[in-house]
Design a protein around this ligand. Structure first.
Ligand code: G1P
Ligand code: ZN
Length: 543
């Protein structure tokens, strides 16, 4: 099959963000836009003669078209085989699992994660390396550099592949294998958790509500919770993946997963609630009338890790992103294991996991996972909680309260201001940075500023340095406020304000985080001139 070389013009806006390249669907639909980025990926790597590529996406609008385009380009660029999810669908953690299981050279994940989908929504693409994790910054920088000078891409003139039916298909010299990613992923989960104990928990009348948000995890949740673990059919809601996620915003937080939140805070609420996002890597954990902050969830999983068979021997270390609360640090200290603080984005955990330095990783943004894959993993976190609940036979709330009584509570919240004009958001960051020199030593109510900086990170494994990773104001009592601009949005700017204070007093552990953090929230507003600069009186999303 002859390789076609197509002339193209470079685009200057293909810089990958926190997690790959994310743009409006309409941007990706421009002639050559997707092709250019895919060619830039292929040009940035060496493709050996026997190379396998894994390919799948979260099923959002434009997934199918993009898959067919990429298959043809993979054939033209010399791949021997592509493993593609049935119907072109693979959750992000399943993609990572499949890359590792079949020792692929890498994978292409088509997803804009929790961003809305549909013809007017977002689309995204990222490259994962042989370890199953997102490409490092060195690679994404190289992809961006190539995208700015690209003059042609390669493809073949082949018919589309029938992605509905499992099996092998020839495309020129290349083989396309349509795989059942659900089975591979579910088998991996079964090897890590005590499915017998969780099955017994469900059989005893324990009730769960899982919200797949009409996104990718529906089929995975059905296979694992209903078929393998015996949960009731009604325990998985919004289980049919839709290209526009049913018009919703597939982000499992208290604002966007409102249907689930209403059930879990309603009368006769189930014992346990959980949700996952567009591509299945995020998780939200709820108890009856109770929300588990993701930072606490990481700490709690770490403290209870040995209850799960896959982690019986203990964990080597923990890594968390900088804005994530230090709750996990306290557990690590108690266990006598290291805890690493990395920039935001899962790509920074890969080296630490590959080097065996950490087993568990987490981000405050509803991301938790372990070295079983190299992505965050929504259903893994839900299963870990189910395993803990089955072993401890206590409620979610009781387990969290116990944890705080033992370790103290890192009171934590994140306030997001979405859709700000870029100028306003950049103005806030510039103002803050300029104020840093005069802030140290200043007192605000009961808080005194100890240190201000723009977080930078030196990777302990490869020595690479990442700067400009978030503005931090650290107070003398260990409290802190962090400010970042989102690197995943496609429209305007999103300002994230992360607030954290430590409270060892058990009498206050039942209080709402917003109440306990009120003073820090006011300080953040004052230092950023938030109201006058953004015109906003309240955040879009509070976590
Ligand atoms: C957000 C989260 C970050 C996460 C990323 C991808 O990035 O804050 O923790 O890794 O989505 O899911 P941000 O928009 O803040 O750059
Ligand atoms: Zn996601």
């Amino acid at each position: 099959m002859p390789v076609l070389t197509i002339a193209t013009q470079p685009f200057n806006d293909q810089k990958p963000g926190t997690s790959g390249l994310r743009k409006r669907v309409t941007t990706f639909q421009q002639a050559h836009y997707l092709e250019n980025f895919v060619q830039a990926i292929f040009n940035s790597i060496t493709i050996p003669a026997n190379a396998t590529l894994v390919l799948g996406g979260d099923g959002r609008f434009y997934n199918r078209e993009a898959i067919q385009t990429i298959l043809k380009m993979a054939a033209a660029n010399g791949f021997a085989r592509v493993l593609v999810g049935q119907n072109g669908i693979l959750s992000t953690p399943a993609c990572s699992c499949v890359i590792r299981k079949y020792q692929a050279l890498g994978g292409i994940v088509l997803s804009a994660s929790h961003n809305p989908g549909g013809a007017d929504g977002d689309f995204g693409i990222k490259y994962n390396q042989a370890n199953g994790g997102p490409a490092s910054e060195t690679v994404t920088d190289a992809i961006y550099a190539i995208s700015k000078t690209l003059t042609h891409y390669q493809t073949v003139a082949a018919p589309d592949i029938a992605l509905e039916v499992l099996g092998d298909y020839a495309m020129g010299e290349m083989v396309v294998t349509v795989i059942d990613g659900v089975a591979d992923y579910a088998d991996l989960m079964e090897s890590l958790f005590d499915f017998g104990a969780i099955r017994a928990l469900f059989a005893s009348g324990f009730r769960m509500q899982f919200d797949a948000m009409h996104a990718v995890t529906g089929p995975y949740a059905r296979e694992i919770f209903i078929r393998r673990l015996g949960a009731s059919a009604a325990s998985v809601m919004n289980a049919v993946p839709l290209p526009d996620f049913g018009g919703g915003h597939p982000d499992p937080n208290l604002t966007y997963a409102h249907d689930l939140v209403a059930i879990m805070y309603g009368d006769n609420a189930p014992d346990f609630g959980a949700a996952s996002d567009g591509d299945g890597d995020r998780n939200m954990i709820l108890g009856k009338h109770f929300f588990v902050n993701p930072s606490d969830s990481l700490a709690l999983i770490a403290a209870n890790a040995t209850l799960a068979p896959g982690y019986k021997a203990g964990i080597a270390g923990i890594a968390r992103s900088m804005p994530t609360s230090a709750a996990a640090d306290r557990v690590a200290a108690a266990l006598g294991i290291p805890c690493f603080e990395t920039p935001t984005g899962w790509k920074f955990f890969g080296n630490l996991m590959d080097a065996g330095k950490v087993t568990l990783c987490g981000e405050e943004s509803f991301g938790t996972s372990s070295s079983h894959v190299r992505e965050k993993d929504g259903l893994w976190a839900v299963l870990f909680w189910l395993n803990i609940l089955a072993a401890r036979q206590q409620s979610v709330e009781a387990i969290v309260m116990d944890h705080w009584a033992k370790f103290g509570r890192n009171v934590y919240s994140r306030h997001d201001y979405e859709g700000l004009p870029n100028d306003a958001a950049n103005g806030v960051m510039t103002l803050l940075k300029a104020s840093f020199a005069s802030l140290v030593g200043k007192q605000f109510g009961k808080y005194t500023v100890a240190l201000c900086d723009d977080f930078s990170y030196t990777d302990p494994i490869d020595g690479s340095v990442s700067t400009g990773q978030g503005l931090r104001i650290l107070f003398t009592d260990g409290s802190r406020i962090v400010f970042r601009l989102s690197g995943t949005g496609t429209e305007g700017a999103t300002l994230r304000i992360y607030l954290e204070a430590f409270d060892a007093d058990i009498r206050r552990h039942g209080l709402d985080a917003q109440v306990l953090l009120a003073e820090l929230i006011a300080i953040a507003a004052q230092l950023t001139e938030l109201r006058s600069r953004t015109g906003r009186i309240a955040p879009t999303v509070i976590t």
